[in-house]
Design a protein around this ligand. Structure first.
Ligand code: URA
Length: 434
């Protein structure tokens, strides 16, 4: 078999066999196929697409390019959630402890913030001492002891994805539904899970800006995951404004803690309740999703979810006292309100611009090797649909370097739209594909 032949085959819109797909991925991961040939194949896939069989084969080949965890010795269903990323999305910090408090095993491997979107690992690292770099052996031990562990990508899991993603980034081949599907699922399925809840974001702050594009991705993820023997649901959820009010690492941890205690913003609470109910439903097949929503409420009300979060933090060397005293989280030195230029109703909050404002303050990174400031970011004082008076704060900015405030203000100036009448409501969950 020759890689150039397989590139030609895909260029001419012919499907590759399972053996051919495995050959490409195995040889490329080993360094036996050069980047230029793989880049040509990626571009052929970008234009020609992959059949569902080819996408499933690619997912499996990428998953098997490294270790695949076998967690079968742990009692309880192994269930995870993946989000395609957004602004203010701190749901993992809430639903992972709730699901673990219900007896599920949650082996969560997450990413870092990049560009305007946040990342779970940076949020967790805002908790003093929290270690996201467990070895796989310690990850397994933490899962056995606590039921949940949250770590970063390791070299051992799905190495093909790391190599391929870097090449896609350089060759304009990221935006391909089958390639995104294989990339996301290969990493998640290598965690050894039985079921996966997918939060596919749609809107101005999301990777997929239109409902049509987000639906195509959600359908592909759901059907390929199911084809690979997992229980998978994909919720299409709104990212046209940030989720919740806090954007920035420590600020988001504080908001997640409030939500774990039954407070927190309405949209964040509602979304966590829905996503967790699906996780619990997959873990206890006899129950309905509606019954599991009630179980979510009970785990929050009883304090079991907050207690589980304390235990997760302590197991990963963090300071669990942040759950009771958020002032132990890093605090920014400067605060400044961003006033409304007009009176009326808040018609839009461009999530992407808010993400860039937070990044300008130092909460995010342009390149993966950049560091982030855990304390900085912003809190939205108004959400879409709320009434505002001229001069009332729309947001409060938290900064450590005052010279960064001007750029953040510029981003915010283009983020808010005020109208004389309230906008029509948008759903939080656009669709659920199961
Ligand atoms: N996120 C991933 O993990 N992979 C992609 O290809 C795109 C987004």
């Amino acid at each position: 078999m020759r890689a150039a032949e397989l590139v030609r085959k895909k260029r001419d819109a012919n499907p590759l066999t399972r053996e051919e797909t495995f050959f490409l991925i195995e040889q490329y991961t080993r360094g036996d196929i050069p980047d230029y040939l793989m880049a040509a194949w990626l571009m052929a896939v970008y234009f020609r697409g992959l059949t569902p069989e080819e996408t499933a084969d690619l997912t499996e080949a990428m998953m098997r390019s490294g270790r695949v965890l076998d967690l079968s010795e742990l009692p309880g269903a192994k269930v995870d959630k993946h989000s395609t990323g957004g602004v203010g999305d701190k749901t993992s910090l809430i639903l992972a402890p709730v699901a673990a408090a219900a007896g599920l095993v949650v082996p969560m491997i997450s990413g870092r913030s990049l560009g305007h979107t946040g990342g779970t690992l940076d949020k967790l690292e805002a908790i003093p001492g929290f270690n996201v770099r467990l070895t796989l052996a310690d990850f397994r031990a933490a899962l056995r002891e606590v039921g949940c562990a949250l770590i970063g990508q390791t070299e051992e899991l799905a190495p093909a994805d790391r190599k391929l993603y870097a090449l896609r980034d350089l060759t304009a081949t990221v935006e391909s539904v089958p390639l995104i599907t294989a990339s996301i699922l290969s990493k998640k399925l290598a965690e050894g899970i039985d079921a996966l809840v997918l939060d596919v974001k749609v809107g101005s702050g999301a990777f997929m800006k239109t409902l049509e594009d987000a639906t195509r991705l959600a359908e592909s993820l759901q059907s390929i995951g199911t084809r690979m023997g997992k229980r998978v649901v994909a919720l299409l959820t709104d990212m046209d404004q940030p989720l919740g009010r806090a954007v920035g690492n420590a600020l988001e941890v504080a908001e997640a803690v409030e939500t774990l205690k039954g407070e927190g913003p309405d949209d964040l609470r509602a979304l966590c309740r829905d996503l967790t109910a699906w996780m619990l439903h997959f873990g206890a097949a006899a129950s309905s999703v509606e019954q599991e929503r009630a179980r979510y409420d009970e785990l929050i009300r009883s304090g079991a979810a907050a207690e589980k979060f304390r235990r997760i933090i302590a197991r990963q060397s963090g300071d669990p006292r942040v759950v009771d005293d958020p002032s132990r989280l890093p605090q920014a030195r400067h605060r400044e309100d961003f006033p409304a230029p007009d009176a009326g109703y808040l018609a839009r909050i461009e999530a992407e611009q808010v993400g860039w404002a937070s990044m300008a303050l130092g909460a995010g990174r342009e390149r993966l090797e950049d560091s982030v400031d855990p304390a900085v970011g912003l809190i939205l004082r108004k959400k879409v649909g709320e009434k505002v008076e001229r001069g009332e704060p729309l947001a409060t900015l938290f900064a450590n370097q005052p010279d960064r405030l001007a750029e953040a203000r510029r981003w915010l100036a283009s983020a808010f739209q005020i109208a004389p009448t309230p906008p029509p409501p948008r759903p939080l969950v656009w669709n659920t594909l199961s």
